[in-house]
Design a protein around this ligand. Structure first.
Ligand SMILES: Cc1cc2nc3c(=O)[nH]c(=O)nc-3n(C[C@H](O)[C@H](O)[C@H](O)COP(=O)(O)O)c2cc1C
Length: 313
């Protein structure tokens, strides 16, 4: 396998892979080829408030590799937000057609749009002629069934899309159950666009299984796998895997310090760190009670003491 031809993308995990995470991760564990941001909702009105796009302001983002993701179903609002991002230096935007959260689906956004072929067509017809940059999509196989994407792929072929990331699950699966590789294969084989595979890449061996099976795919998006095991990116790039607890320690401390500066109140800070640990605890298989103990913490001093024990300070 010639890895040079493969591009590795960071998947967006809202609440986890914000700009602090993205920058600290790359400092310690190496660069992704591209990083998709957690979704930014479209907003009413003609002005985009900088606080709404704080996470993607160019001061803390490499606009050549970071791709802002937008969620919404209103073409005019989408264009206003996309152009505000372009004005700040971005070169492309991504449209979220995958989010399965019931509040989002109810509003016919994210994966809630996938059964609505005509609405998606109307949206693309309304947006693409006016959008001053390439558009990529992040989709699931469908909302309830992969029939949605099987119907949509020929439609997508009619538009000059940059690429399509396919999370190989349906919306109703949320993040559970297994990825549907046969359905991914069927859907991706219908596309003329560059397809990026996403879903459950948590080990070098599964990555190798996928690259072996899907020879025409050369883009791979990884989310929970790299948060749980930050060394996975390097393992995929070099073929070898080595855990270095000192590096995990420094990575954790930077994320903690930077969040402490911007999050007001211990509840926010602890909530943020608990969310990170809900994945990162998997890097400590020798401490099976670690996550349970972290989730019990209610005070910052307790948290810091526990971290001292975890990292042997
Ligand atoms: C907590 C959480 C937040 C997520 N936020 C987003 C998001 O903002 N935009 C998006 O397209 N996908 C989002 N996803 C989906 C992931 O990007 C990805 O498609 C999914 O987790 C499967 O990939 P993985 O197994 O590599 O994590 C989220 C997933 C989780 C678990």
């Amino acid at each position: 396998m010639n890895l040079n031809q493969h591009k590795i993308y960071l998947a967006p995990l809202r609440g986890v892979t914000d700009s602090i995470f993205r920058n600290v991760f790359e400092h310690y564990f190496g660069n992704f080829d591209f990083l998709l941001t957690p979704f930014i909702p479209t907003v009413k009105g003609t002005i985009v408030n900088p606080s709404h796009i704080r996470d993607v302001l160019p001061e803390q983002n490499d606009c050549t590799r970071v791709i802002p993701q937008i969620i919404g179903n209103d073409p005019a609002q989408f264009l206003i937000l996309a152009h505000a991002l372009l004005d700040r230096g971005y070169q492309t935007v991504n449209w979220n057609l995958g989010c399965p959260s019931p509040q989002i689906v109810r509003k016919m956004r994210g994966s809630g749009l996938l059964p609505h072929y005509d609405t998606i067509k109307w949206f693309l017809d309304s947006v693409l002629p006016h959008l001053r940059c390439p558009l990529s999509l992040k989709v699931r196989l469908g909302y309830e069934t992969e029939q949605d994407l099987l119907k949509l792929m020929p439609l997508f072929n009619e538009y000059p899309l940059q690429e399509i990331t396919v999370h190989a699950r349906t919306g109703v699966q949320m993040y559970n159950g297994v990825v549907k590789l046969d359905e991914f294969q069927k859907c991706s084989s219908l596309s003329n666009h560059r397809i990026i595979y996403n879903g459950d890449i948590v080990s070098l061996s599964f990555f190798e299984t996928l690259t072996e099976r899907f020879q025409s795919v050369n883009g791979w998006m990884i989310g929970r796998g790299v948060v749980a095991n930050p060394f996975l990116l390097g393992a995929i790039r070099t073929g070898t895997h080595k855990r270095d607890v000192a590096r995990l320690h420094a990575f954790h401390n930077d994320i903690y310090k930077l969040n402490r500066e911007i999050l007001f109140g211990p509840a926010h800070l602890l909530g943020k760190m608990k969310e990170l640990w809900s994945y990162l605890a998997q890097s400590f298989p020798e401490k099976p009670k670690l996550l349970k103990n972290i989730l019990k913490v209610t005070r910052v001093d307790q948290y810091e003491r526990l971290m001292g024990e975890v990292f042997g300070e």
